[in-house]
Design a protein around this ligand. Sequence first.
Ligand SMILES: [Zn+2]
Length: 280
Amino acid sequence: MKIHALRTGTVSVKHGFLFPRHGARRQLDLFLPGAFSEPLPIHCWAIEHDGVLRLVDTGETAAARNVPFAHMHVSQDQELPAAMAAAGLKLDDVSEVVLTHGHGDHIDGLVHVHSRVLVNETELRFLATPMARVMRRVLRQPLPAGFAPEPFALHGAFGAFARSRALSDDGRIVAVDTPGHTPGHISVICVDDAGHHVMLAGDATDSLEQLHSLRADAVAPDIKVHVATMKTILAHCAQHPTVYLPSHDPESAARFAAQTTVNVDPTTDRRHSAAALLTT
Ligand SMILES: [Zn+2]
């Protein structure tokens, strides 16, 4: 199995997004003036396994508009085709795309893809709700042209996760239920050749520090659901050595390169990542 970290530009997000306040200000701060973070990566991932090339998410495109709490920095030469070429991969060889969730910085790159696209049925239903439609219109974040992924259901347990779905025939690439950031958010766990669980976590959290802090993000529809998911992820990390890779964690690429697994005693990880996230 070979996993490739791809990067399609960066995004700066409001501090109120990364470190939300409690109560009404949690979501209000997203729309009020505020400081922005340094540019954070927009990762997506390619997995070569058993002769099949899969993508987890497709990244952002230059056409993306900024929203009040996120500024995109993506040029055309940073979009998915270039990100794949940089990894020595060809888009035409992709046979399957799995989406972690339905936000633009994860799905807009679908305009470049012609393969089958899979999404959790719960997420697809959420994307069709009046609330989700209104938000896309207000924030001017339309779904990419031709967006028609195939929904899949989650069934049995995998590690600490109650619901999962094997993506590869041998069960070494598995979608797991990580609701919170969005109601149907999934992460993809790859059991690599060393037996590590490489968790392609999408926006389950923005960083490892947020995971250890059990801090719900500012857009999660239900804080309790989000926190419960973080506890489940930590429980999984305690059972299996897990390399935890959120899409926007500035330390994901280094953790991936060094195959650094989550230290379930969080003191060290937390201090380190908080320093990396805090910005000028
Ligand atoms: Zn994202």
